[in-house]
Design a protein around this ligand. Structure first.
Ligand code: AMP
Ligand code: MG
Length: 401
C-alpha cells in the first residue's frame, strides 16, 4: 500500500509544464493562468485626487471666518486649473487635485453661498487627498508568472491599462469511462444497467478548474473499444483520466490497453478510503491517471490526488490549497488502517470555530453525499478519532478551483 501523502506528491509531479502560450483579452481572462510576470506601468492612483466631495484649498490660506471664492467647479474627469492664492476649487470624489492645493475640505464642513465657500471647522493639512502612487508604484511587480487570474487580479490589471495578457493555453483533458453496465443519461436503460455518472461529473470538475474536457468517451469492457478510445485521447489531450476497469477483475482491461501504447502502468493501492485503486501511466510523456469506478471514490480521488497535478500542468504556481482544520461532530468512533476522507458539511460556531458534521452514510456508492458536503475531513490512519477531534479539512471550494 502507498501512503496517501506519497501518492499525492508523486501525482503532483507527474505532469509537464505547459508550453503553449496565447494572448488573452483581459475580459476573457478569468480562470486563466499568467504566462508572464507583469509589472506596473503607472503609479496608482496616477495623480493626487480627492477622496471626498468638497473644496480644494491651500492650507496656508486658511484663517477662521475667511471666505474662499470658488474659482472652478472641477468634476471628476475635468482638468483642474491651477489654484489662485486665497481661492478654492470645488471638487468631487475622484477629481484631480489642482496644482497649488494641498487640502480638501469636505462639503459638510462648510457652506457655499454666492459662489464662495465658508469653512466652519479648521481643516487638517493634507486631509481627504488620495496620493499619487499610494496603492501601486510604477515598476512594482503586480503578479508573477503562474498566477491564476480572477476578478481581483483582473481589476488591478485593468487599472493599469492592460487590455490583454499572455496566458497558458487551457489544458486539454480527456476523460474515459469504462464498463458494460453503463449507459449514457438519456439512453434507454435495461435492468442490468446503471447510468454513467462519472463522465459528466469529471467533465464538470475539469471545466470548473479552468481546463477543457476535450473528449468525454465511454468504452465497453473490450480491448478494441479501449484501444480506439485511447487512440483519440492520446492524440488530442495533454492529460487523460480514466475511470473504472483497473482492479484485478476479469474485465479490468485498462492496464493491457495502456501497455499496447507503450505505457507502463503503476498500479497503486493508495492507503485511502474511499478510493483504493489508483494508477498512473505515461504514454509519450502524457500522464494517464486511472481512477476508481465508484463515483464517490472517483470524486474524492480527483479532489485530493488529481487536482494538484492538474494545477501544475496548467502552469499554476500554487498547486496545493492551504491546509485547514475543523472539529468533528460525530457519535461514531473512527479507527481504520486507511486514511479516511469523510464527506462533511462545515459550519462555523458563533465563536468562529469550524465544525465538521459527516454525512450519515459514508459508503462509496452514496452519490447524494457529494452535493450535500462542503468538503472532506481527513481521518488519519490507525488513529482512534471521535467527537471533538481536530482534523484536516479539504474545502471543495478551494480544492476544486
Ligand atoms: P470498476 O472499477 O470498473 O469495477 O467499477 C467499480 C464500480 O463503480 C462498479 O460498481 C461500477 O458499476 C461503478 N462505476 C464505474 N464506472 C462508473 C461510471 N462511469 N458511472 C457510475 N458508476 C460507475
Ligand atoms: Mg468496470
Amino acid at each position: 500500500m502507498l501512503d496517501f501523502d506519497t501518492a499525492q506528491a508523486r501525482l503532483a509531479a507527474a505532469g509537464g509544464h505547459p508550453s503553449i502560450t496565447e494572448t488573452c483579452a483581459l475580459n476573457q481572462a478569468s480562470g486563466r493562468v499568467l504566462a508572464q510576470t507583469l509589472f506596473a506601468t503607472l503609479d496608482l492612483p496616477p495623480a493626487d485626487n480627492s477622496a471626498m466631495d468638497g473644496y480644494a484649498i491651500r492650507h496656508a490660506d486658511y484663517a477662521p471666518g475667511k471666505r474662499f471664492p470658488v474659482q472652478q467647479r472641477c468634476y471628476a474627469g475635468v482638468k483642474p486649473e491651477a489654484l489662485q492664492p486665497g481661492n478654492t476649487i470645488r471638487l468631487f470624489t475622484g477629481s484631480v487635485i489642482p496644482h497649488g492645493a494641498d487640502t480638501v475640505v469636505m462639503q459638510e464642513d462648510g457652506d457655499e453661498t454666492d459662489n464662495a465657500f465658508d469653512i466652519r471647522q479648521a481643516p487638517a493639512k493634507g486631509a481627504h487627498i488620495r496620493l499619487r502612487g499610494e496603492d501601486i508604484q510604477s515598476g512594482e511587480q503586480l503578479f508573477a508568472k503562474g498566477t491564476l487570474l480572477g476578478a481581483a487580479e483582473i481589476a488591478l490589471l485593468a487599472s493599469q491599462g492592460y487590455a490583454e495578457v499572455h496566458t497558458y493555453a487551457r489544458l486539454k483533458v480527456g476523460i474515459l469511462t469504462t464498463g458494460d453496465e453503463l449507459v449514457s443519461p438519456g439512453q434507454p436503460r435495461g435492468e442490468e444497467h446503471i447510468y454513467n455518472s462519472n463522465g459528466a461529473m469529471l467533465a464538470a470538475l475539469v471545466e470548473n478548474m479552468g481546463a477543457r474536457a476535450v473528449h468525454v468517451l465511454h468504452a465497453l469492457d473490450t480491448e478494441d473499444a479501449l484501444q480506439s478510445a485511447f487512440e483519440t485521447l492520446l492524440r488530442d489531450c495533454d492529460l487523460v483520466l480514466t475511470v473504472g476497469g483497473v482492479s484485478v477483475g476479469e474485465k479490468d482491461l485498462v492496464k493491457p490497453a495502456i501497455e499496447q501504447f507503450g505505457g507502463t502502468l503503476d498500479l497503486w493501492r493508495v492507503c485511502m478510503k474511499p478510493g483504493k485503486p489508483v494508477a498512473l501511466a505515461h504514454v509519450a510523456d502524457k500522464p494517464i491517471v486511472c481512477l476508481p469506478g465508484n463515483p464517490v471514490s472517483a470524486f474524492a480521488v480527483f479532489t485530493v490526488l488529481v487536482t494538484p497535478l492538474l494545477r501544475s500542468m496548467q502552469g499554476r504556481a500554487q498547486i496545493m490549497p492551504p491546509p485547514q482544520y475543523g472539529t468533528l461532530v460525530t457519535k461514531k468512533h473512527f479507527n481504520d488502517s486507511r486514511e479516511e476522507f469523510l464527506r462533511v458539511r462545515a459550519e462555523s460556531t458563533p465563536q468562529g470555530l469550524m465544525q465538521l458534521t459527516p454525512y450519515p452514510q459514508q459508503g462509496s456508492g452514496i452519490i447524494s453525499s457529494l452535493s450535500w458536503a462542503s468538503g472532506l475531513a481527513r481521518i488519519p490512519a490507525n488513529t482512534p478519532v471521535t467527537q471533538g477531534a481536530a482534523v484536516p479539512y479539504y474545502d471543495l471550494r478551494h480544492w476544486l478551483a
